[in-house]
Write a protein that binds this ligand. Structure first.
Ligand code: SF4
Ligand code: SF4
Length: 102
């Protein structure tokens, strides 16, 4: 099955890049991706709710604050692949890739 493609108003074909991962070890919970996303893809949760290995966390960012909020992908199937989240994230947390329809 071929990947999903779109077309601009001017007739150019483009290939959406859908969000596939969000790295909780680098996320600082700033909320920028949540605000910019045109779909209901992200959710802010407490870091302590996630099953994270402390060894993976960046001590400079977290300072043992288990109540810190981090962003997670809660509704990946609603992503339209615009990559706005990646453009506003100050920590480069998101991973995107082209995909066929589910
Ligand atoms: S690529 Fe666009 S639609 Fe998908 S999660 Fe990021 S901002 Fe939302
Ligand atoms: S923009 Fe980046 S650092 Fe900020 S909440 Fe989203 S993933 Fe986390």
């Amino acid at each position: 099955m071929s990947n999903i493609t779109g077309i601009t108003r001017g007739g150019s074909v483009w290939e959406p890049q859908f969000v596939t991962e969000l790295n909780p070890a680098t996320c600082i919970g700033c909320g920028r991706c949540y605000k910019v996303c045109p779909r209901d893809v992200f959710e802010l949760v407490e870091r302590s709710e996630l099953d994270l290995d402390d060894a993976e966390m960046d001590d400079d960012d977290f300072d043992d604050d288990d109540n810190m909020m981090v962003m997670v992908i809660s509704n990946a199937m609603d992503c339209i692949g615009c990559q706005s989240c990646a453009k506003v994230c100050p920590k480069k947390c998101h991973t995107h890739q082209a995909a066929a329809a589910a």
